[in-house]
Design a protein around this ligand. Structure first.
Ligand code: SF4
Length: 328
């Protein structure tokens, strides 16, 4: 028996089980996939990848190495939260944020990793208030998940809680996103090529644009403005930790970054248009199959194989049908 093979096999089986769950993947936009131009560069997800998922076309590239990294992010996030709690913080996790842009039928959904409150030591009154707050929001979140209330009621419930002072002063709250990474994601060095000798990684370049965009989206669409917005990176290889807080300037050494206005929703509008018409869109990232993000995409073989250069294929019963319009 090869135990490593068993890990790989279980990882793929878990992924496929989730993929074939009738409730997943849903026809939803996700804050983690949102794409728009930032400083003249297109950042974020791929329209064609979302289109494959919305049409429930099974991924072609699901070897374990592509699945480990997202799967391991959850236990690392839970580990970090458990340590915050052990240190005396009260933490609310996985708070839903939804926003339906103009021109879209479907909401963009996201989940804030954590709202962290640190009650003053010995202040039992504040601690008691935090317990009530956590209980109240947990109930709201549960009701939303079970469909007992809609998004509008959920958001009103959170606003009402602050207005009635069930929740602590927002200025004392930190909204946190936890990102697990490998050690080179924190700090690495180019050993050859045109950038030889240069350092890369969040320690030298600041938080990734996609992560900044995600936290900015949460700030712009969570009903309450809080006192601090932070991205924390945790290396799963050498346990290096680094955090960046949203501020007035982009200062890598000062560990601050600026907010990104998430205000261009052509990405989501395009997905909906092509899904509604049942037409395969062009690639958002036409960078070649061996360049990131295509090199890590779960649809790479399909996209650069059978569907290479094609647009205008219609989806019938989960399969691509005859060409309806044109080939690029
Ligand atoms: S391979 Fe690249 S272009 Fe094709 S679906 Fe994936 S990310 Fe998009």
């Amino acid at each position: 028996m090869n135990l490593c093979d068993l890990v790989d096999k279980g990882t793929v089986i878990d992924y496929l089980r989730r993929f074939h769950n009738p409730n997943y993947p849903r026809k939803n936009h996700y804050a983690t996939q949102h794409a728009q131009f930032v400083n003249g560069k297109l950042e974020g997800g791929c329209v064609r990848q979302a289109w494959y998922e919305w049409n429930k076309l099974e991924p072609t590239d699901i070897e374990p190495k592509r699945l480990f990294s997202p799967a391991i992010g959850t236990p690392i996030g839970n580990f970090v939260i458990a340590k915050w709690r052990a240190a005396g913080a009260r933490v609310l996790t996985e708070l839903p944020v939804y926003y339906t842009p103009l021109g879209c039928q479907h909401a963009i959904k996201g989940k804030i990793d954590a709202l962290v409150f640190l009650p003053e030591e010995g202040n039992q009154e504040a601690d008691k208030q935090l317990k009530v707050a956590i209980h109240y929001i947990s109930k709201l979140r549960y009701a939303l998940r079970k469909g007992k209330i809609d998004l509008k009621h959920y958001q009103c419930g959170i606003l009402r809680a602050f207005n009635r002072k069930i929740l602590p002063n927002p200025i004392e709250i930190c909204m946190a996103e936890i990102k697990s990474t490998h050690s080179r994601g924190i700090s690495g060095k180019f050993w050859n090529g045109p950038r030889k000798g240069e350092r890369y990684g969040v320690k030298h370049e600041g938080p990734k644009t996609g992560h900044r965009m995600q936290l900015s989206f949460y700030r712009q669409h969570f009903p309450i403005e809080v006192g601090q917005y932070t991205i924390i990176y945790f290396s799963r290889e050498d346990f290096y930790r680094l955090e960046f807080t949203m501020g007035e300037t982009d200062d890598v050494k000062g560990r601050t970054f600026t907010e990104i206005p998430v205000d261009d929703f052509r990405f989501e509008q395009t997905i909906e248009k092509y899904v509604e018409q049942g037409i395969l869109p062009k690639r958002t990232h036409d960078v070649g199959r061996d360049t990131y993000p295509c090199s890590w995409c779960r649809y790479r073989t399909r996209c650069y194989g059978a569907d290479d250069g094609l647009v205008g294929l219609q989806v019938e019963g989960g399969q691509l049908g005859p060409d309806q319009t044109n080939a690029a």
